[in-house]
Design a protein around this ligand. Sequence first.
Ligand SMILES: [Fe+2]
Length: 390
Amino acid sequence: MNILIADDDPATLNLLSSRLGAWDHTVYQAADGNTAWEIIRSTPIDIVVSDWMMPGLDGLQLCRRIRQMKKSGYIYLILISAQDSKADIIHGLEIGVDDYITKPIDMDALCARIEIGVRIVDLERALNRKIEIITANHHQTIRMFSQIMEVFDDELGGHCRRTAKLAVQLAGRHSGVGDAEIPIIETAALLHDIGMVGIPKSILNKRRTEMVNDERQLYQSHAAMGARIIGEIEIMKPAALLVRMHHEQYNGKGFPHGLAGDDIPIGAQLISAASIYDNMIHKGKIALDSIAENLQRIRGYLLSPQVVELLLEINVAQQHDLARKTDEERLLDDLKAGMILAANVRMKTGAFVMAADTELDGYGIDKLKHYHTIGAITEKVLIRKSSMRS
Ligand SMILES: [Fe+2]
């Protein structure tokens, strides 16, 4: 473990360092609070043993900074104090001190307390490893769902992926969206039309104005159906709520609930905005230079004025146009993770393999190479030049 000892008394500093160093810990020393803080910011410290009273930052101020720090990995903090009043100790514990030891220091007691810290830090690391595995599984599950949609309809899969990308951009710019909500919005946007999988294509291919009553009802059920599908997984429930609401409209005339204005969760408003925008661009019915005008038309009607402003700011039409003009063919052997496909990849038979706008990772590149090895696709794919790094 990396242990930092912070104490302005050189005798105590040396005594603690030699004792802990002998226990196979890596020991860092600081003679004042500011030096301690600099070490904590630049080094992966696991345990801090700090004097309460020090020049510069004192032990409590140091503790406050550590607890406010956005750094992965818990730092266990033991404060050494000449003060043993109950009120002082409670105050320190409340702001995040893990343990106290009073002067004069009983070395055996301190070492036993450091061992508690070692156990806590070890447990936290094990927990983080498990969370990483669960998170990776969660992302694989989302990708699996996303692929189901692509198999059902490659256009739908591409639409959902582009919608997710734009919804994340919108969420990043919206003042009412916290960092923790962005992955939920991304997941919901990626899967927002998964309920379409259960609806016959003969209905989906119709314009909404052409649908008869039963067909319209079936089409509209895709929002609730999608929410039901992904809501089966407990951690997906917040995303399921947004999927359910992605066809609500700012004027209250959407479905399934007819919510209006701010009653619609902001995440659902952003997914709706991204989806509408993507359809404007990719369905080819609206000229790119008239997108802004079309957005103004749905301002305060389908979408809130604030969300329309965000879309105008992003001006994806321009980005899209630019990216489209700078596509380049690349050999499969030259593909790298992070490159983005500029066109759908299809087998020589016409069957769908991978959608435009897919950001390639190792798995995707291997999949394309495998299809080429068995003779199903050509040796080149079209890549967005903007996604190529030299
Ligand atoms: Fe939808």
